[in-house]
Design a protein around this ligand. Structure first.
Ligand code: DGY
Length: 321
């Protein structure tokens, strides 16, 4: 008998087909919302679980799944999974690094450009029929070329964001737990977070979420930034204190923000929806067809490797197999 696999979200048909060779697969074809109780009931008899970045895999879920041997997430971030609890139960956890790096870096730039140059704000105004005539001071934004870019988190995606800055002749600074091996090649200077916030024209957040990075950017940090500065978050909700950000945008503490991720998503703080100087996208950082298919397939390849006893490709916890 094949092991049972639960896939929590509708995924590309070719992925389901590939997995069906090794697993008895249950999917969520309509992408229906499952409560935690429903997920637990569906996952109860499964050996394998295929989740996404916003599916919580906590102790209660693990408790309900005594046969579980592997959790594969179709995301590079895995803060939604209690990895320590998985490891303690001998459950392997895999993620999907690399395949989304370039697409996500592109998206950071899409948000940076549309935020600094007020693209969506001015488009809304135009669509509203408010464009009477051209004026010198209409929608004045911030220069991106020649400006100082501050990158918080210089991992794979941070480096890919940094590489693109060369085309805009930007000065680059970053924060990271350790000095990036490629800092010379990137022409980037490592500084303390407070310095980066106070001296950057544009700040991009590209670091993982953890209890240590919860509300890393709050009222105090926003207060350090230039009133002309922009902030882009393509990392994870919860790194920014969304309520403090909405207040800072309303008060003009910073000029604008571009957000792809939110605390409590898919719910977005109403105060953020009300301020005009923020560009909001629905967690689409990796959403190109090739990137999403690459992520979905990498998660599947990990599951297939597990089923055949082969080495897992991108395991995040040492030990369980
Ligand atoms: C990731 O891979 O972590 C992205 O946020 C997409 O879900």
């Amino acid at each position: 008998m094949k092991p049972r696999l639960l896939i929590t979200r509708r995924v590309f048909p070719e992925v389901v087909e590939a997995l069906s060779a090794a697993y008895e697969v249950e999917t969520n074809p309509d992408d229906a919302f499952w409560t935690p109780e429903q997920t637990r009931a569906k996952a109860a008899g499964c050996e394998a679980l295929y989740v996404v970045a916003t599916d919580r895999v906590d102790a209660a879920l693990l408790e309900a799944c005594p046969r579980l041997k592997i959790v594969a997430t179709g995301s590079v971030g895995y803060n939604q999974i209690d990895v320590a609890a998985c490891t303690a139960r001998g459950i392997a956890v895999t993620n999907t690094p690399d395949v989304l790096t370039e697409a996500t870096a592109d998206m950071a730039w899409a948000l940076l450009m549309s935020t600094a140059r007020r693209v969506t704000e001015s488009e809304r105004w135009l669509r509203d029929g408010q464009w009477g005539r051209w004026a010198w001071d209409q929608f004045l934004g911030a220069d991106v070329h020649g400006a100082t870019l501050g990158i918080v988190g210089m991992g794979r995606i941070g480096s890919a964001v940094a590489r693109r800055a060369a085309g805009f002749s930007m000065r680059l600074q970053y924060t990271n737990r350790s000095a990036a091996a490629n800092e010379r090649e990137l022409g980037a200077t490592r500084v303390e977070l407070d310095t980066l916030l106070a001296t950057s024209d544009h700040v991009v957040l590209v670091l993982p979420y953890s209890p240590a990075t919860h509300h890393l950017i709050g009222e105090r940090e926003l207060g350090l930034m230039k009133p002309t500065a922009t902030l882009v978050n393509i990392a994870r909700g919860g790194i920014v204190d969304d309520a403090a950000l909405a207040r800072a945008l309303g008060a003009g503490t910073i000029a604008a923000a571009g957000l792809d991720v939110y605390e409590g998503e898919p719910t977005v703080l109403p105060a953020l929806l009300e301020v005009p100087n923020v560009v909001l996208t629905p967690h689409i950082g990796s959403a190109t067809r090739s990137s999403r298919l690459g992520m979905a397939m990498l998660a599947a390849r990990n599951l297939l490797a597990h089923a055949t006893g082969d080495a897992l490709l991108t395991q995040v916890n040492a030990g369980p197999r």
